[in-house]
Design a protein around this ligand. Structure first.
Ligand code: ZN
Ligand code: ZN
Length: 349
């Protein structure tokens, strides 16, 4: 289906450059992104939109560079990725305030690393989202490479983890998925994947390593979007297409380490039409869910946060009989590979 209706694009969300604590320039990073075949990159340096004023929001080769920034509160918690603003908001706002301000300004807001837990190293505290009463955000990171990495990091495996940073990527945490399913029961909220790339240099004795080279990061957790039409050559139009796809939850997340997920499809269909991820559809006698995967994998269908079907294959079609929010998870050798967004099935009309 969607290939002829929707254009799929793939990119990486949550990238830091030398404008904050990243380690390369936007030009250098964009070139690496283009080399990795990414259609878009979403930059989020801490508390600055200087890259926007310096003209970095543009196409770098074939890769669209979108510039937002990362906000935090006074306690350095509740990190929020804000896009589409012309100027940074004043400092010292509470999470509920900046979420609202981004929304009022027509921006796109994504909750960053919502469930982060770090215990092994007191010098690296965690930065979870705590303000769950706040509403009005468009999306949340369901899988953040940096958080996943830090969570699995122990003094004993530090070196190994630094050499093989993708080892930690077994899948999103159950906590993040449960929270996402819970909020999604009430309203649409997109689940995106993110790199949170900083490419930190790490030094231990004589060993110096860049823990997260951008090149490796761009071959890990990716966010895929479905667009109504091909991505515009005009960067502002392209940006708005990306925002719209995220707001509408026309999104899936993959770990490129286990395979290229482009071409994955999950949609509902009745006798009249096709409904992509993110769609709301009423139950009817001929409503079916379809999934097509680029590779044979273990497929789990999740309804309202609970697994309701599991099988191995590269496609399925299933009649829907009960309203609920449906999504799929695909695994390769027990490792999380693809996570769809929800299709929302409402009662019969
Ligand atoms: Zn952060
Ligand atoms: Zn960050």
């Amino acid at each position: 289906m969607p290939d002829n209706i929707y254009t799929q694009i793939v990119g990486v969300v949550h990238v830091h450059s030398i404008y904050s604590d990243g380690s390369k320039t936007i030009e250098e990073i964009a070139r690496i992104g283009e080399g990795a075949g990414l259609d878009f990159l979403m930059f989020t340096d801490h508390n600055t939109l200087k890259p926007l004023r310096d003209g970095h929001q543009r196409y770098h080769g074939k890769t669209a560079v979108i510039v937002g920034y990362e906000i935090e509160d006074e306690n350095d918690e509740n990190h929020y990725l804000a896009f589409g603003l012309d100027n940074v908001l004043e400092r010292g706002l509470k999470a509920a305030e900046y979420v609202e301000r981004v929304r009022q300004n027509g921006g796109l807001g994504i909750i960053a690393h919502p469930d982060e837990v770090r215990s092994a190293f007191p010098q690296y505290p965690s930065y979870p989202w705590t303000e769950w009463d706040t509403d009005g955000f468009d999306a949340m990171e369901i899988w953040n490479h940096m958080s996943a990495w830090m969570e699995s990091l122990k003094p004993i495996n530090m070196l190994k983890m630094a050499i093989m940073p993708r080892r930690s990527l077994r899948g999103p945490t159950q906590r993040a998925l449960a929270k996402w399913d819970e909020i999604s029961a009430g309203r649409r909220v997109a689940g995106v994947g993110s790199a949170d790339v900083h490419a930190h240099a790490y030094r231990k004795g004589l060993i110096k390593l860049t823990i997260f080279p951008y090149k490796v990061q761009f071959r890990s957790i990716r966010t895929h979007l479905l667009l109504d039409r091909p991505l515009s050559d005009d960067i502002i139009e392209a940006r708005d297409q990306i925002f719209e796809a995220i707001r509408k939850c026309r999104v899936f997340v993959s770990n490129f380490r286990w395979g290229d997920a482009r071409g994955f499809e999950f949609y509902a269909r009745d006798k009249d039409r096709i409904y992509p991820m993110g769609a709301e559809v009423s139950l009817s006698n001929d409503l079916v869910l379809n999934m097509i995967s680029p590779k044979t994998s273990e497929i789990r269908l999740i309804k309202d946060g609970q697994p309701v079907m599991s099988q191995t294959g590269n496609c399925f079609e299933m009649a829907v009989q009960i309203p609920g929010i449906y999504r799929v998870e695909l695994f390769l050798r027990k490792r999380g590979w693809i996570y769809s967004n929800h299709i929302r099935v409402g009662p019969k009309k």
